[in-house]
Design a protein around this ligand. Structure first.
Ligand SMILES: Cc1cc2nc3c(=O)[nH]c(=O)nc-3n(C[C@H](O)[C@H](O)[C@H](O)COP(=O)(O)O)c2cc1C
Length: 331
């Protein structure tokens, strides 16, 4: 039994979440996470339109009677997707938990809260966590520099960011970025978090609907197999190191690069096509440093059970023994 403020507030068995993941956060994975006793999020923008999102929510509900959520990622794009309509699909779909991420979530948070929906805001800085808390969110997910996707521009790893946030944030908090096993979960709890959020590790499970070649590549990769792209554009993203990410980094290194200079390499369509063809060198793919600790492709249930059992064994076994042994020696 591993109960925390997070499991209590969100009505789940284990303090583990599967954050929103573009092209990965679909109903079968999310339902598997829910059925394993953790909290999964359908990724709203993976669906081509709000109607498709409504269907995906219904599909997920057919696969589980446990709580699950939807991630709404607010991107700073010139032509934004119809956020208000996606939001409506979430509310009308009867979803009770939302993970927001990205820029200026206020109007979304206000609307979700007005409909009695619990909101977890994912961010990468203590100041952003506090601002989300002031907006009235129910929990924070704080992403350290290790994470896949957007780690922000401050470059603060979880070892510092999590306790720094825990010192100030009052609502329950998930530690995110670089988690994948029981040791990480115990470390997160020790640093002041109420649970962990994982992305990359959940990609490498049986139920994640991505090609085997991608999963195999993440198993083979070590902790150095990521690149930081868009550094010079101040919109950093941590992605799997491959031929395309290396080309982007090389262009940025030359200096003065504009988005247009790398657009053909990083286009979402190109990344999606590469993924659909199983071509791990064909486009950009988000993945974190935790790849170095991923050695197998378990079912979601095997993974969640293993993380929880390992965490319990560390707390009750190794750590408890350390305390007792020294206490006895001191007597
Ligand atoms: C393939 C992939 C796609 C992702 N897409 C999104 C996204 O659309 N929105 C979002 O908020 N986070 C996204 N993330 C970030 C995850 O939700 C999570 O915060 C992150 O993966 C945690 O770091 P980890 O990979 O080290 O566990 C993505 C992560 C991965 C691996």
């Amino acid at each position: 039994m591993l109960k925390t403020r997070f499991t209590e507030a969100f009505g789940i068995d284990y303090p583990i979440a599967q954050g929103g993941m573009q092209w990965v956060g679909r109903a079968p994975l999310v339902a598997a996470v829910a059925n394993a006793g953790a909290l999964g999020f359908i990724t709203a923008l993976t669906q081509p339109n709000p109607e498709a999102l409504a269907k995906e929510i219904a599909r997920c509900r057919d696969m589980t009677d446990k709580p699950f959520g939807v991630n709404l990622t607010i991107l700073p794009t010139i032509t934004p997707p119809p956020y208000a309509e996606y939001r409506r699909a979430i509310i009308e779909g009867g979803v009770k938990i939302v993970e927001t991420a990205g820029y200026k979530p206020q109007e979304h948070v206000d609307d979700f809260k007005a409909h009695d929906i619990k909101v977890i805001h994912k961010c990468t800085a203590v100041r952003h966590a506090l601002s989300a808390e002031r907006m009235g969110v129910d929990a924070i997910s704080i992403d350290g520099f290790e994470c896949a996707g957007h780690p922000g521009e401050d470059d603060i790893p979880g070892l510092i960011l999590i306790p720094a946030a825990a010192n100030k944030v009052k609502v329950p908090m998930l530690a995110s970025g670089g988690f994948g096993d029981g040791r990480g979960l115990v470390a997160a709890l020790a640093l002041g978090a109420d649970g962990i959020n994982m992305g990359t590790r959940f990609c490498v499970t049986q139920e994640a609907e991505i090609p085997e070649s991608f999963k195999q590549k993440m198993v083979e990769n070590d902790e150095r197999a990521t690149d930081l792209i868009f550094r010079t554009l101040h919109n950093t993203a941590r992605v799997m190191k491959n031929a395309v990410s290396q080309e982007v980094v090389a262009i940025e290194k030359r200096g003065g690069a504009k988005f247009e200079d790398v657009q053909h390499l990083v286009a979402g369509k190109r990344g999606l096509a590469a993924m659909e063809h199983g071509d791990t060198d064909g486009g950009i793919w988000s993945a974190g440093m935790i790849q170095g600790l991923i050695n197998d492709i378990p079912t979601v249930k095997e993974l969640v059970d293993r993380i929880v059992a390992e965490a319990e064994e560390i707390i009750d076994g190794r750590l408890a023994q350390m305390v007792h042994r020294y206490a006895e020696a001191a007597q």
